[in-house]
Each structure stands twice: as structure tokens, then as C-alpha cells.
Design a protein around this ligand. Sequence first.
Ligand code: PGA
Length: 255
Amino acid sequence: MRRPLICANWKMNHTLDSSIEFIKRFAMLLKPVDADAVIFPPFPFIYILHEYAESSGVYIGAQNINENEKGAHTGEVSAEMLKSIGVSWVLVGHSERRNTYGESDELVSKKLKTVIDSKMIAILCVGENIETREEGKAVEFVKNQLERNLESVSPDDMKLVVIAYEPIWAIGTGRAATPQDAEEIMSFIRKWLNEKYDNAIAETTRILYGGSVTPENMASFAAMPDIDGALVGGASLDPESFALIIHGAASAKNG
Ligand code: PGA
């Protein structure tokens, strides 16, 4: 049985004060649930939120990582730095990193390897743009991303990988995929994992949906057999809304 996982991707939002306000309020709202919750704040707030997070039942992760060990990389953050402040979850290959910041599949694969080698958990994001979807090539596109990004990831390392399917056209647009369309891709991902690795890995790897998830639509995604949770952007910035999403996912999954 896969444990539900709900992630908050804050992107470049919040300040120190509003982050602390969020976590204090969120700690009061979050009921004990049979699910994992992770908040990915901007780098400057990770350390302080980590202090609060322990008591509020969430993990704190990083939105990005540099693939090099250390040295002359102005503006970058290494795995060792993240580990030294208690981070154990990292987003890799978000479409905003791929498209706005030019991260190639090769770079995404290196970052993924860096996270895994550091024994942190990577949330690998994949997903097609609107043109690819309209051409009916979404499955093929996602398959190619998986083939390239997981090429050198061993079966054993898959314990440290979560896959997030985030169709680009659904991110920040208010136009979520239908749960059926999302499920079609997620079940394909599971089938692909079974072919590349084995049935046990296909059955244990958590796969999330991302793209305009809200408290209103979360349960309909979580009701799908292959959707194990969500990666939430806009609707995760407010503690009430993010807590509702977690409760909605956990009750849809666990009854
Ligand atoms: P959204 O973002 O929920 O605002 O659509 C999701 C994401 O980019 O991870």
C-alpha cells in the first residue's frame, strides 16, 4: 500500500514573516493523517521552517539543487548544504526549471543522481505541453522523459524516487487535467516502471498529479487508483487551503 503524499511547491512566493505565519497556522489546522506532507519553500526559509515543521508533522524540502559537489558555482546550493540543514526531499525537473531556466534532460538526470547519491528523496517532475497533448503525443512524450531521466537509476535507487506528472498546460492555469486524463498517464507510468524495473517497483513507487490542484478537486484525483497524491503550487500558499487538500487526499485514499 502506497502512503499518500501531498507536496506544496511555493515557488518564488512568501517572505520570512509570512512563511512563519503559514507554518504556525498550518500546525493548528493539520489533523493527524495517514499521509506524508512536504513543503518546498524558497531556499532562505528552509532552515527556520524546518524548526517549526517537526512539531507540525510536515517535512521541508528544496525546490532545486546543484549537481556539483562544491566550489565555484555562484548562486547555487549543494546537496551537502541541504543535508546539513536537515533537508531530505528535493524537487527535480520541474517544468519551470526545464523551460524558463533551460534545464535539459541531461542536467535533470545529473540532479536526480545527486539527490539519490545523497540519500535524499527526489520528486522527479515530467509532463507535456499543450501542443504535444493536442497532437495526441502525451504518453510518448512522458515515456521519453522517463527513459532519459531514469536511464541510470538502479532498481534499488527507485526507493528514493517519486514521480510527479504535471502537464504544463495545467500548471497555474486553473485548468486542471480531468482525473481520468491524469489517471491514463499515471497508469501508463506504472506500466512503464513494471517494464523497466519490476512489478514491486511499479507497485511501490509513488506517483503524484500536479497542475491546478485545489481543495475542491483533490479528492477526485486521489480517488483514482494510480494517483498517490499531489504537487500543489498556488493552492498551497494558504494554510487553510493546503490543509484541506491534505485532508481531502488522505480521506479519499484511506477512507
Ligand atoms: P499549480 O502549480 O498548482 O499552481 O498549478 C503546480 C506546480 O507547478 O507544481
